[in-house]
Design a protein around this ligand. Structure first.
Ligand code: PRX
Length: 659
């Protein structure tokens, strides 16, 4: 509640500097208003114009939007193109072959530069290599790779052939990997021997082997392994092959297979309000259009910029703003293998100075941890580094509290760089509500206004508009090209999750609560469903509960979020064991076991920060767990709500005590 109060009373406003406005790709409020008017008055023409101006089509489209199967919208659906061609080949044709596409910095501080010509050659060789193994349009490949040029090469090579990729974040466990391999029906897995982060090596290939041992992976005929460290790996002859063997001798050009605009480009799993992660399916043309446009609009990308998005390619941010958007826009970008605090808390600032980064995009969690680290390591405070190359900075993934915003603005942006606080989701494909740096006066903590073409609104539980200043559900009233197309293999769940009948069935329901102030600015209040946001990572409470109850000691579990200064939200689990409620050292030991168990079932990011044991959980007489009350208890607050419907009110006292 305190953050909500503080953001709603936030009244500092930072208008864009005249110099920035003068050079911006979208310059001044009148330009923004004109684009919004065009999009509102004639949306089909607006999107068709942008798609024709910005993408290179193999077959031009004649139909812009097909709403006949709504909410299964189709965009530009009689056109064909190739995403990789748009990201690579067209830059070779327009004289940018020798421009640096990627500056890759390894964990140890060494770096490598790759031009568009060289990246194109590497993508072509790998595409030829996997085509030679028999992979073709429509097949599914799981990519389980660390941050590397090879990760981008693998994604682009899939796109070149029309192979649908599904990237699994390297921090996910073997179990999570196995579930995704099976659900997506993958026939190819691309991984690495190990990853290197913060001076340590972490094995990846063994997780793939373990996933196979769990079953459900029989359709996979090849596991391609990128040799990152040369660490020891077990080898399955006939199935496993080195990436360098797959590419060896392959030509440096490869056909870019034209695919229908609606052909799935990728499937990315994300957490929802039930236990099973959802495979969010994105289409080729619409996604690419928005990835490229938002790089130009929100980040104001210019030919000489050096762009750096610190996300991992395992998340949507790394898809849109590393693997596709910057390349489609012809940018030079930094890709980083390591972590922000190694070898010290100045790593990001040092990299910005060395690579002359001009646009920097990171998450509030990173900013909050670096604020703390800068206090502890004053020699690595951003003011010790030359950050004068920066001209724009951005934030993504979770609400940024005004205090962190101000620190970022002053210490990183030098009170000169606009901050773009970008609200969007795995499902939206790209930015939705965000300041435009040459247009929007900034308010710390607000993601400000929707982009042109994005009909964002706040409604009540029946779908009616709420007045400014009143909170409600964040929705998008009209379709947009980069939107989720369906949940892989589960169209019914897609409809139910995002187009609920209660709201009339035509609005996209984001799952966030939001508020608008009298200037029409949006303030995101967090999720309205059972989804948590821990360090910018989306996590379903039900997923963690399912993992806990899968442990032989556990009878029942309920998981809630608690506000956390560093991670935004923290996972708190209330657990009933099959044995008597433990206390003292025994309780601590079991809690440790269960935390590790969750780490193995899902991944380290899902480990509960705190576990509390009870004889039971607070339930209504009909047996429903009262999570609302558990959220109060988890915060250490006294329950003041009416508990008369509870079967067992005394349990709240027991659960109120931390171990
Ligand atoms: O709750 C919102 C929060 O992150 C959720 C989407 O998570 P995910 O699909 O993993 O994508 C994260 C990267 C786009 C949203 O429903 N969120 C994302 N950006 C912001 C945000 N909350 C507040 N402000 C933001 N800028």
């Amino acid at each position: 509640m305190s953050t909500i109060d503080s953001v709603l009373t936030e009244n500092r406003v930072f208008p864009p500097a005249d110099a920035f406005v003068g050079q911006a790709n979208i310059s001044g409020r009148a330009a923004y208003d004109a684009m919004c008017a065009e999009a509102t008055n004639d949306p089909e023409n607006f999107w068709a114009r942008l798609a024709r101006e910005n993408l290179s089509w193999a077959t031009p489209f004649t139909r812009t939007l097909d709403e006949s199967q709504a909410p299964f919208y189709k965009w530009f659906d009689d056109g064909t193109l190739n995403v990789s061609w748009n990201c690579l080949d067209r830059h070779l044709e327009n004289g940018n072959a020798d421009k640096t596409a990627i500056i890759f910095e390894r964990d140890d501080g060494t770096s490598e530069r790759v031009t568009y010509r060289a990246l194109h050659a590497r993508v072509a060789q790998f595409a030829n290599g996997i085509a030679a193994l028999g992979y073709k349009k429509g097949d599914r490949a799981i990519i389980y790779l660390p941050m590397s040029i090879e990760a981008v090469v693998a994604m682009q090579a899939c796109a070149r052939l029309g192979v649908i990729h599904s990237v699994v974040f390297g921090g996910f466990s073997a179990k999570s990997l196995q579930e995704r391999i099976a659900d997506v029906g993958a026939t190819l897995v691309i991984t690495a021997d190990e990853q290197v982060r913060g001076g340590k090596t972490i094995p990846l290939k063994p997780a793939v082997d373990e996933a196979f041992s769990m079953g459900g992976c029989d359709a996979v005929t090849n596991v391609i392994v990128y040799r990152r460290t040369g660490g020891n790996v077990a080898w399955n002859e006939g199935r496993d092959r080195w990436m360098h063997d797959v590419t060896a001798g392959q030509p440096e050009t490869a056909p870019a297979v034209p695919v229908e605009a609606e052909h799935p480009l990728f499937i990315l799993y994300t957490s929802g309000s039930t236990g099973k992660p959802k495979g969010v399916q994105h289409a080729s043309a619409g996604f690419l259009l928005w990835a490229q446009l938002t790089v130009k609009w929100t980040f104001d990308l210019k030919p000489d910029d050096v762009f750096w998005c610190t996300a991992d390619v395992g998340w949507i941010t790394g898809h849109t703003y590393i693997a596709y958007g910057p390349l489609a826009a012809g940018a030079t970008q930094v890709i980083f293998e390591g972590v922000p605090t190694y070898p010290n808390a100045g790593r990001f600032w040092d990299m910005i100075a060395r690579h002359k980064v001009s646009i920097f995009y990171t998450a509030p969690t990173a900013i909050r941890s670096l604020i703390k680290a800068a206090d502890n390591q004053p020699d690595h405070h951003p003011d010790k580094y030359d950050l004068s190359s920066l001209r724009l900075i951005g934030s993504v993934g979770e609400p940024i509290n005004p205090e962190a915003w101000m620190w970022y603005y002053k210490n990183v942006g030098g009170e000169r760089c606009p901050i773009v606080d970008t609200w969007w989701q795995t499902e939206t494909g790209g930015h939705m509500i965000t300041p435009l740096p040459g247009v929007t006066p900034l308010k710390p903590g607000s993601c400000t206004l929707p982009l042109p073409g994005i009909a964002a609104a706040i409604v009540d539980e029946t779908g009616g508009d709420v007045e400014l200043g009143k909170g409600g559900f964040l929705v998008v009233k009209r379709p947009w090209p980069a939107m989720i197309r369906t949940i892989w293999g589960d169209p019914e769940r897609f409809k139910k999750s995002y187009y609920p009948e209660e709201l009339g069935g035509t609005y996209y329901l984001a799952g966030d609560g939001a508020n608008r102030d009298t200037d029409g600015y949006f303030w995101i209040m967090g999720r309205i469903d059972d989804v948590l946001n821990v360090s910018g990572h989306r996590l379903g409470t039900m997923e963690v509960e399912s993992a806990l109850v899968a442990h032989p000691l556990v009878a029942e579990a309920a998981v809630v979020g608690r506000p956390d200064d560093l991670t935004g939200e923290a996972v708190v689990a209330f657990v009933v064991l099959k044995q008597e409620r433990p206390d003292g050292e025994e309780a601590k030991a079991i809690a440790k076991t269960l935390r590790e168990w969750v780490g193995r079932e899902i991944g380290p990011i899902a480990k509960p920060k705190e576990i509390r044991f009870g004889d039971n959980l607070p339930k209504t007489r009909s047996g429903k767990i009262m999570r609302r009350l558990l959220r109060v208890v988890a915060k250490g607050e006294t329950v003041t709500q009416d508990v008369s419907t509870l079967e067992n009110p005394a349990i709240l006292d027991q659960l109120g005590k931390a171990l």
